[in-house]
Design a protein around this ligand. Structure first.
Ligand SMILES: [Zn+2]
Length: 148
């Protein structure tokens, strides 16, 4: 399923309901294989090393429930509240999402698209995925191989 307006609105809705008074707000929405959506916010901490990306909560929830993530979007709202930006997953979250394979679609910042964002497959963000080097056919590891 593609990253779509429904997923985008889920992330923005969480910003508006949970982070309305925060200067800089980031939320993620991830769709599961059954079509349900999990949302999360970035965990800020005075020790920035203890912070977590907005995707981490929904990723952990999906894994806990035995669900497969099929697409993901992360939205950050600027301090002036004039702009919502879709951010591609960071390197760590790309690694976390790789658990479910290279065909997960993720939202990316895209000035060519009238919405300012579009969807890309994880393999497009990371065409030389490091773990592929361990397989003769250079495929991505399966979920089970990731979890070993
Ligand atoms: Zn991240």
């Amino acid at each position: 399923m593609p990253v779509d307006e429904v997923l985008y609105r889920a992330a923005v809705g969480l910003i508006e309901s949970r982070l309305a008074s925060v200067d800089w707000a980031t939320a993620a929405a991830l769709r599961m294989d059954d079509g349900s959506i999990r949302v999360g916010i970035a965990l800020d901490n005075i020790n920035s090393g203890a912070g977590l990306c907005a995707e981490v909560g929904p990723i952990a929830q999906a894994y806990t429930e035995g669900r497969r993530v099929v697409d993901s979007i992360c939205v950050t709202r600027s301090r002036d509240r004039q702009h919502d930006l879709v951010l591609a997953p960071c390197g760590l979250c790309q690694e976390r999402l790789a658990l479910w394979g290279p065909d997960i679609e993720v939202g990316v910042f895209d000035t060519e698209d009238p919405r300012g964002w579009s969807g890309r497959r994880l393999r497009e963000l990371n065409p030389y995925y490091w773990a592929s080097a361990f397989f003769e056919d250079e495929r991505w590891p399966t979920t089970a191989e990731h979890s070993d």
